[in-house]
Design a protein around this ligand. Structure first.
Ligand SMILES: *Cc1c(COP(=O)(O)O)cnc(C)c1O
Length: 404
């Protein structure tokens, strides 16, 4: 039986929850979405969360709220999924890519070097579930020297008085940094509930607000709700029972979460602790078994007050070319085990390559990518399957590199 990479956990519990919504008479944004938002806020230790149909929508709405536009720059790691950069392009701004640390997270020193008077935001990405160096990044954003460069052009930029730190936490729901959960580490944090993510609603995302006190988060929450629904003054729920008149304040988007998605999310959140526990056990077993071979470089996932959400297990092979890595993966696939690569660096994707980015400028990104293989991690992966994965990885590496 082949071992898939990341199947969703679908069972009677979430099927029953979806059925209940379908029978309730209310299937779009409504009471379940609002309840899911409240529970995410509690879990993450923030006051305001808005649920949307994707993380991509959340990132873009956050940039739009801050007024990021043509002529602006936004700093992000070269090593991430395309969504983190595409949203910057959607706003007409320039993605400024910087290199990463050995642990896959954005290098704060590289951020500092990339800041210009055009910089409006930084998007750190918690790759694989490991939180970035948020203290350093927040410090940097608040540094006098960086503040001096900052050139506010909108009311919100004026109010913040510095670059916005917008966390792409698509991988890191439930991860911790210095005893605080993601969601409360940056100004704004965006989670993904896409089908392959730790916590899924099939498709979905959430935006957690954690802005300085000078901002009225209640007002920002309502702004985000409105702009996720065409800029319309009332949502479907508040338009029922004769309350029909509405207005449109701006040409908004359409990216709200439905109660069907929220119902799945509520079930998943309720059992998220056991999900993380199981993922952690799989990380531990992979680490224990593969650490016996010096050819393997194991990912760090619990270190210096940073605790991962155990989303992706990014194994690296020492002294291995990209081509050898590909052959190892091919061998593993042939034995019925699904592995993956996270991620193909942005400068290697046609659109960004054609836009003038070159992978040569990101040596650590390329080095990590070229030697990386992501191993399957999910709640329903059995101990026997974990052993099979380990066996196949060792066997395939032996066959291609013959150094073990
Ligand atoms: C999955 C992912 C996203 C996008 O999430 P969606 O909910 O599919 O929009 C953004 N960034 C990273 C790093 C991701 O892995």
């Amino acid at each position: 039986m082949p071992i898939p990479f990341s199947p969703p956990r679908i069972d009677e519990e979430n099927i029953a929850a979806v059925n209940e919504v379908l029978r309730s008479g209310w299937i779009t944004t409504g009471p379940r979405t609002k309840e899911f938002e409240r529970q995410i806020s509690d879990y993450c230790g923030v006051q305001h969360t808005i649920c949307l149909n994707s993380a991509t929508a959340g990132l873009e709405l956050a940039l739009r709220w801050f007024g990021v536009q043509e002529g602006d720059e936004v700093i992000l790691p070269a090593y991430t999924y395309c969504a983190s950069a595409n949203v910057i392009a959607h706003c007409g701004a320039k993605p400024v890519m910087v290199d990463i640390n050995d642990d896959f997270t954005i290098d704060p020193e590289k951020i500092r070097a990339a800041i210009t008077p055009k910089t409006k935001a930084i998007i750190p990405v918690d790759i694989a579930g490991l939180p970035c160096h948020y203290d350093e990044i927040m410090q940097l954003a608040q540094d006098e020297s960086c503040r001096k460069l900052f050139t506010p052009q909108t009311e919100n930029q004026q109010k913040l008085g510095r670059v916005l730190v917008l966390s792409d936490a698509a991988h890191s729901f439930g991860a911790q940094y210095k005893n605080r959960r993601t969601g409360s580490l940056a100004d704004i944090t965006v989670f993904s509930f896409h089908a392959v993510k730790n916590l899924t609603t099939a498709e979905g995302g959430a935006v957690c607000l954690h802005l300085p006190d000078t901002f009225d988060e209640d007002e920002i929450y309502h702004y985000l709700c409105r702009i996720s629904l065409h800029g319309q003054s009332k949502d479907a729920l508040s338009k029922t029972f004769g309350n029909w008149r509405y207005d449109v304040y701006e040409a908004g988007y359409k990216c709200n979460m439905t109660d069907i998605q929220a119902a799945i999310g509520l079930v998943e959140l309720n059992r998220y602790a056991e999900n993380l526990q199981r993922r952690r056990a799989i990380f531990q077993r992979y680490s224990e078994a593969l650490s016996k071979y010096s050819t393997f470089q194991l990912p760090e996932y619990e270190m210096n007050e940073r605790i991962s959400s155990y989303h992706i297990f990014p194994l690296r092979i020492h002294d291995c070319t990209e081509e050898e890595r590909n052959r190892i993966m091919e061998e593993i696939f042939q034995h019925g085990v699904s592995v993956n690569v996270h991620f193909i660096p942005l400068p290697m994707l046609t659109f960004y390559k054609n836009s003038g980015y070159s992978i040569e400028n990101y040596p650590k990104t390329y080095d990590n990518y070229s030697r990386e293989i992501s191993l399957p991690v999910y709640f329903t992966l059995t101990n026997d399957q974990v052993e099979t994965v380990i066996e196949m990885v060792i066997q395939a590496t032996n066959k291609v590199i013959t150094k073990l």
